[in-house]
Ligand binder design. Sequence first.
Ligand code: ATP
Ligand code: NMN
Length: 172
Amino acid sequence: MRRGLYPGRFQPFHLGHLQVVKWTLQRVDELIIVIGSAQESHTLSNPFTAGERMEMIRRALEGSNIDLSLIYFVPIPDILMNSVWVYHVKSFSPKFDVIISRNPLVMRLFKEAGYEVIEPPAYDRKIYNSTFIRRLIIENNNEWEKLVPAEVSAYIHEIRGDERLRSIAGFS
Ligand SMILES: Nc1ncnc2c1ncn2[C@@H]1O[C@H](COP(=O)(O)OP(=O)(O)OP(=O)(O)O)[C@@H](O)[C@H]1O
Ligand SMILES: NC(=O)c1ccc[n+]([C@@H]2O[C@H](COP(=O)(O)O)[C@@H](O)[C@H]2O)c1
């Protein structure tokens, strides 16, 4: 049984992330999705709480008919010492065998700790990138809704996350 660990901030979870999850599930038996920077919320870079991110991802996976019994969600707050971050992650998470990431720091820290790291393909990073999506939301440009799973846009509207982001940005 091979278990993967996929860390991200998922602010918000978009179609690129969903493609990574599907790609990964062809290579592992179970997947741990780490909701990183779990202490963060209500800021321009991190508008959603860890709980909100968990819920939007769960709904998106359900909407894609992904078997949720194969998925673990583990929220993990950041720490000030990168050198011990892998041990910090291990202390919050079920055991894992392989890391899925394209983040250079994450890849380096796990490789130095002796873990296998696999890099998924990049799915149109120009548009499937959360910074771009947050910018569209702030600009009140509805095009952002096409870049996330339908369940994620519905959830963000439900919690008025788009209004939250615009008000944090000083636009309402
Ligand atoms: N379109 C994509 N294709 C493949 N991997 C992606 C894509 N977008 C993000 N990832 C990877 O998913 C992981 C989590 O990404 P993250 O939550 O930081 O998304 P992001 O879109 O890069 O967000 P932000 O712009 O807020 O930094 C990272 O390893 C990142 O490289
Ligand atoms: N020292 C630390 O706490 C540390 C180090 C490396 C990555 N991380 C976190 O891991 C996650 C990586 O996700 P991204 O690839 O989305 O940046 C982020 O939440 C990031 O803050 C934390």
